[in-house]
Design a protein around this ligand. Sequence first.
Ligand code: SF4
Ligand code: SF4
Length: 117
Amino acid sequence: MQTRELQTSECRQCCSFCDRVVHPSGCIAKNCKFLYSYDDEDGRRFMGCMNKVFSVEIDVELFREAERTRHGFGGVKLTGSPIEPCRVSVERAYDGYGDAFDCTNPQFFDLRALCSS
Ligand code: SF4
Ligand code: SF4
C-alpha cells in the first residue's frame, strides 16, 4: 500500500479559511474495516478510525441524532492520510468577494492526490 503523508488539514492563505474534513457517515456507508467502536464504563458507545484519518472519538448516540437532522453530522478534521473508502471534502468557513477571498492554493482542493489505495 502506497501512503502519502498528510501535509496539512487547513489552509489560511486567504480569508476563506478552509479545512479538509472526513465524514464519518461515509465510514459507516462503506462498512469500513478500520472503523472501531467501544462502550465506556457509563455505557456510552464511541467510534473512531484505527488509521487515525480522524483522531477524535465520536459519541455514537450524538452522531445518530445529528444524522437525523437536515444537515447531518457533517465532517471532522482530517488528521491522517485518507484511503479510498474515506469520504473527504473541503469546508470553507467564509465566503466573500474581492482579493481577500481569492484562492491562491487551488491544489488544497485536490483530495484525490491525498488518497492512497
Ligand atoms: S479509514 Fe477512512 S473510511 Fe475507514 S474508518 Fe477511517 S476515515 Fe473512515
Ligand atoms: S480558498 Fe484557497 S487559499 Fe483560501 S483558504 Fe481556501 S484553499 Fe486556502
